[in-house]
Write a protein that binds this ligand. Structure first.
Ligand SMILES: [Cu+2]
Length: 163
């Protein structure tokens, strides 16, 4: 009887501890200006463009494990890279999928993980001044409502090489 009780206790301890340790690992890997924060921006990349491209797209994942909703208002890149940066989403328009600007920004609710990915939400670079080549990197600054801005390094990847 005593043995069973001990095993049960160990099992409980293990299950109680494992979510915490995996969360800790995720925080360590996260790109974040504020280490105590549990708002994370991960998987930041831009799709490589062809030589004369006028536009580019950046993708990332926003994960809000704070106590308050987070609102991403805008993004910017150095002026020698692009003229303008907009937050875009895809929407049906006259039976066609088209992209449109999210002029009011985008909300990340408490506990939500929001993915910007090809075919969905993306950060659009307009008036691209040079092509984005596989292996390049550049700085992207995100501005939030009620939150410090965040500057991230974006790696350019050839989408054909992605899994
Ligand atoms: Cu777009």
């Amino acid at each position: 009887m005593a043995k069973i009780f001990i095993c049960g206790l160990v099992f409980l301890l293990l299950t109680a501890c494992s979510p915490q340790s995996s969360e800790h690992t995720a925080n360590t890997d996260a790109v974040s200006a504020n280490k105590t924060s549990t708002f994370e921006v991960t998987d930041v990349w831009a799709r490589a463009t062809f030589a004369m491209a006028q536009t580019g797209a950046v993708y990332l994942t926003l994960n809000n494990q704070t106590e308050t909703d987070v609102s991403l208002l805008s993004a910017s890149v150095p002026s020698d890279l692009a003229d303008e940066v907009q937050l875009h989403d895809m929407a049906m328009n006259d039976g066609m999928m088209q992209m449109q600007e999210m002029v009011d920004g985008v909300n990340v609710d408490v506990g939500e993980t929001l993915e910007f990915r090809p075919g969905g939400k993306h950060i659009m670079l307009l008036g691209l001044k040079k092509p984005l080549n596989d292996g390049d990197s550049f700085e992207l600054t995100l501005r939030f409502k009620n939150r410090d801005e965040l500057t991230l390094l974006v790696n350019v990847k050839d989408a054909r090489n992605l899994n």
